[in-house]
Design a protein around this ligand. Structure first.
Ligand SMILES: Nc1ncnc2c1ncn2[C@@H]1O[C@H](COP(=O)(O)OP(=O)(O)O)[C@@H](O)[C@H]1O
Ligand SMILES: [Mg+2]
Length: 255
């Protein structure tokens, strides 16, 4: 078996007296869609912050693609192919939709077709490729008609989609999505799931936090269940459905 693409070991993070993440360990295998679940306050978003470098852990390590990235800043992890979205969207409201998506490319020049084109000096081709990818994404996410709209004028769900487009356009190796469906029009949810499956088919690996248990069970190869800052269970969706401790944590937690 090859090494996991992402591996976190004994991550811990406290805020004042609150231990948000308490010795959590998890792995994500290349090519998988892994669902990270747990009740509100379980530590999922903080774990994302630790994995992606937006927070420094008090203890523990993060390995990505065979290297220790624990001390690397978020932009360095992104440039190595680890890209995330936030539970609360962080699009730039004073910029147009298409400018926001372009910004994704500037932020995260990952190991993409685009990057290799740039290295060969075919900058014009790279520009076209990037433009094509951005256009295809905006169309796919129903944002093309809104491309010249300011992001600040979009609905909450549309902003979420814009943030996804900005992450997808970088063609990352690993995408960490924090509640990507929250606030998105239900008519788009199925399409978004299908799109995630397609991207996985093209080689992208996913770690996804999703509140809707049926949605996350339907799309994931592996489930990691968190409770009180620690990983309580891991397994296939079918295995986790049998896990009484996790179900109890869900039912007993402040969902
Ligand atoms: N910046 C922070 N300051 C203080 N407490 C925090 C901070 N971020 C998260 N927490 C606390 O850490 C715990 C885990 O939060 P979080 O990681 O957001 O959980 P989840 O995403 O699973 O709902 C919660 O008790 C939350 O209130
Ligand atoms: Mg959260």
């Amino acid at each position: 078996m090859s090494d996991p693409l992402l591996s976190a070991t004994d991550l811990t993070k406290t805020f004042g007296g609150i231990t948000a993440v308490d010795g959590a360990s998890l792995t994500v295998d290349e090519g998988d869609i892994v669902g990270l679940i747990g009740p509100n306050g379980a530590g999922k978003s903080t774990t994302f912050d630790l994995l992606t470098g937006f927070l420094d852990p008090d203890a523990g390590t993060v390995h990505f693609d065979g290297e220790d990235v624990t001390d690397l800043p978020p932009e360095e992890r992104a440039s190595r192919g680890m890209v995330r979205t936030f539970q609360m969207s962080r699009e730039l409201t004073g910029m147009k939709v298409r400018e926001n998506v372009r910004l994704g490319l500037q932020d995260h020049p990952g190991e993409t077709a685009l990057a290799s084109l740039l290295r060969t000096g075919a900058a014009a081709d790279a520009e076209t490729a990037a433009g094509d990818r951005a256009e295809a994404l905006l169309k796919r996410l129903d944002l093309w008609e809104l491309r010249d709209e300011y992001a600040g004028n979009l609905s909450g769900g549309q902003r979420k989609l814009l943030e996804l487009a900005r992450a997808f356009v970088t063609d990352p190796d690993l995408l960490l999505l924090d509640e990507p469906m929250a606030g998105v029009n239900p008519s788009l949810t199925d399409d978004l799931l299908e799109f995630i499956r397609e991207l996985r088919g093209e080689g992208t690996t996913f770690l996804i936090v999703e509140h809707d248990i049926d949605v996350i069970m339907s799309i994931s190869d592996e489930i990691v269940g968190m409770h009180n800052g620690d990983v309580l269970t891991t397994g296939t969706p079918a295995e986790v459905r049998q896990d009484e401790a996790l179900l109890e944590a869900y039912l007993g937690g402040a969902v």
